[in-house]
Write a protein that binds this ligand. Structure first.
Ligand code: CA
Length: 252
């Protein structure tokens, strides 16, 4: 395989884009179309081309080139709420020129859930969870953290659930909640990093989970002692936007 073909395949795999297409007709005219780059859209933002980009076409046939598109939905994560992707739109752009040439390409538009910060056992680092029966009927505190651009008062507490990463297990629901500034978001530069930093001036949604429900509902007792696992909290804002927030626990 030559380098050009390999790069072409890589661009399809990495960018989710289909390379420019061109169709030659009589009179020696050529039409080419170029798709906009992969779009990324958060809840609340329209998925129209004004926001995700327009295809461009070039033709050496005199006259107008008409560009249209059709959308097809694709769901990479099926119905797993704990995934970052809400859905994916495959947008097929088609150009037609006055000589009857057509060309098309496909643009990928990722519709993603909001990404918030979670702190399991605020001010504790790391976050051990006792999975044995000697842990008693203890509670595990988990805080959805507020910051300047994310106000926890906008989140519907009734929508909160927690899962293992990729919906491997769950959901488990909190038994109670309250509002209190308990922790600050940590810099997520390493997987399963954490902080002991306390209040930061932004109120947090403080959730109380029953330890036994977490252990049973998330299948934690079967996991190796000392291993770390990411838990993902899912919720919805009162305006209808879905969000995810994650932190890790260590099996004790
Ligand atoms: Ca806070």
């Amino acid at each position: 395989m030559n380098t050009t073909a390999l790069l072409s395949i890589l661009s399809v795999l990495l960018l989710g884009e289909v390379a420019d297409a061109a169709i030659f007709r009589d009179r020696g005219t050529t039409l080419t179309i170029e798709c906009p780059p992969t779009g990324k859209v958060f809840c609340g933002t329209p998925t129209t081309p004004d926001f995700t980009g327009e295809a461009t076409a070039t033709s050496n046939c005199p006259g107008q080139v008409v560009i249209t598109y059709t959308d097809a939905p694709a769901l990479p994560g099926a119905n797993c709420l704990a995934r970052r992707f809400n859905n994916v739109i495959l947008r097929t752009w088609t150009a037609t020129d006055a000589c009857g040439n057509t060309a098309s390409c496909t643009q990928t538009i990722d519709v993603v859930r909001q990404d918030w910060s979670l702190d399991i056992k605020p001010t504790s680092c790391p976050n051990p969870i006792q999975v044995g029966s000697n842990g008693g009927n203890a509670a595990v505190m988990i805080a959805l953290l507020g910051k300047a651009t994310q106000n926890v008062l906008d989140v519907d507490p009734a929508s909160v659930a927690i899962w293992r990463e990729d919906c491997l297990a769950g959901p488990v629901y909190p038994v109670s909640y309250g509002y209190e500034d308990v922790a600050a978001p940590w810099q997520r530069d390493v997987r399963c990093g954490c902080t002991t930093q306390g209040p930061d001036g932004f109120v947090d949604l403080r959730l109380r989970f029953e330890r036994a429900q977490l252990v049973q509902g998330l299948g934690l007792a079967n996991l190796p002692q000392g291993s770390t696992h990411r838990l993902v909290l899912t919720a919805r804002t009162f305006s209808g936007c879905e969000l995810v927030a994650s932190d890790c626990v260590r099996i004790q």
